[in-house]
Design a protein around this ligand. Structure first.
Ligand code: SF4
Ligand code: SF4
Length: 347
């Protein structure tokens, strides 16, 4: 890994230069919640003033820029004698600025499934390749437990990664294009004082976590506690709304449908993100639903996050952002559920 020092004036020049040639998406304040806390979304920005890099978290993850909620996989046009199909894999270059380490870790999880596994998605690959990622370190967000899962730091999956040292950024470079981008402005070699300030900043962030989740031996624990009353308790609260999967940076389940225009002149094959908590997620041809209860669907989601994914990809799918916990109207959240399962085996 290569490190450079980037002063904030030069960083601003860098971003304003980038805005002239690519779409820049960054955290932007869009309002406040009932407790007066700012609400941020990752949105396209056209001026530096719109960007708020001191944001705590976003309601939605940035996955929407890689696997949108609705996506036309193919468009069709029907003629008298024939038909034409159009498939679009090319996407305009984009920069996503200000991603936190857990969200970059989320993209690395998606890469495992959508790039490196048996059925790679050309749509996802095109977006990933055409998106420059500039990440940034941050103070822990409410209920976040990324440090328990080791996703509070990243060593790859980005082009540049910034740690705020007051008047300057300690900047990690992880790609050729990150290096080329940084060369457009003045940077400085890292001095001993910069390294010390960086390590102090990392230590301060690491010490600031207040949510502690014990994930030790969790895949085995989940097998042992498969019939636990913990699932009944939390499953009874679940409204089966699917919001948790929509905000999750690593949930990628989807359905595909054919949509044909009223005049039969055109159509589209449309992919729509789905959630394993929705009532009909496990409904198959003939109408049989093999997970009809909210309890089993909720349990399935946790088993995919913390057990099934580990079996295939050697790490949990969950990156500990707690967006699902914050968004759930029923108060269902991973720290409480995992904590109660751990307590069960200590009884
Ligand atoms: S866990 Fe919460 S957010 Fe997820 S489906 Fe159930 S009620 Fe909705
Ligand atoms: S399951 Fe919840 S805490 Fe884990 S990555 Fe998804 S939204 Fe974040």
């Amino acid at each position: 890994m290569l490190f450079k020092i980037l002063y904030k004036d030069d960083f601003r020049t860098l971003i304003e230069t980038a805005m002239k040639s690519v779409e820049v998406v960054a955290p932007k304040k869009v309002g406040s919640n009932a407790r007066g806390k700012p609400i941020h979304h990752y949105l396209p920005v056209t001026s530096f003033e719109e960007i708020d890099l001191s944001y705590e978290t976003t309601e939605y993850s940035a996955k929407t820029y890689f696997i949108p909620y609705l996506e036309n996989l193919a468009n069709y046009r029907f003629g008298d004698e024939d038909w034409e199909k159009e498939i679009q894999y090319r996407f305009e270059p984009r920069m996503i600025l200000g991603l936190h380490a857990c969200d970059i870790s989320g993209l690395l999880r998606l890469d495992k499934v959508l790039i490196h596994d048996k059925f790679p998605s050309p749509y996802y690959i095109a977006r990933r390749k055409n998106t420059l990622i500039v990440g940034i370190d941050h103070e822990p967000c409410e209920g976040g437990f990324c440090h328990a899962l080791g996703t509070n730091v990243v060593s790859h999956g980005f082009d540049l990664f910034l740690t705020d040292l007051g008047d300057r950024y300690f900047t990690a470079i992880d790609s050729d294009r990150g290096y080329i981008l940084l060369n457009k402005v003045l940077t400085h070699d890292v001095k001993e004082k910069d390294t010390k300030d960086y390590l102090d900043a990392r230590r301060r962030i690491s010490d600031a976590y207040t949510t502690h989740v014990n994930v030790h031996n969790l895949p085995n624990l989940l097998d042992i506690e498969f019939e636990s009353d913990v699932w009944k308790k939390w499953g009874a609260k679940c409204l089966s709304c699917g919001s948790c999967a929509q905000v999750c940076p690593t949930c990628y389940c989807y359905g595909v449908s054919e949509r044909v225009s009223m005049d039969w002149a055109s159509g589209a094959k449309v992919k729509q993100l789905y959630s394993c908590n929705l009532v009909d997620f496990a409904q198959v041809a003939g109408g049989h639903n093999f997970r009809p209860e909210a309890t089993t669907r909720l349990k399935y989601r946790y088993y995919h996050q913390h057990r099934g994914f580990v079996e295939i990809y050697d790490e949990p799918k969950c990156v500990g952002c707690n967006r699902c916990g914050r968004t759930c109207l029923a108060g269902i959240n991973p720290p409480d559920i995992i904590g109660e399962l751990q307590a069960e085996v200590r009884k």
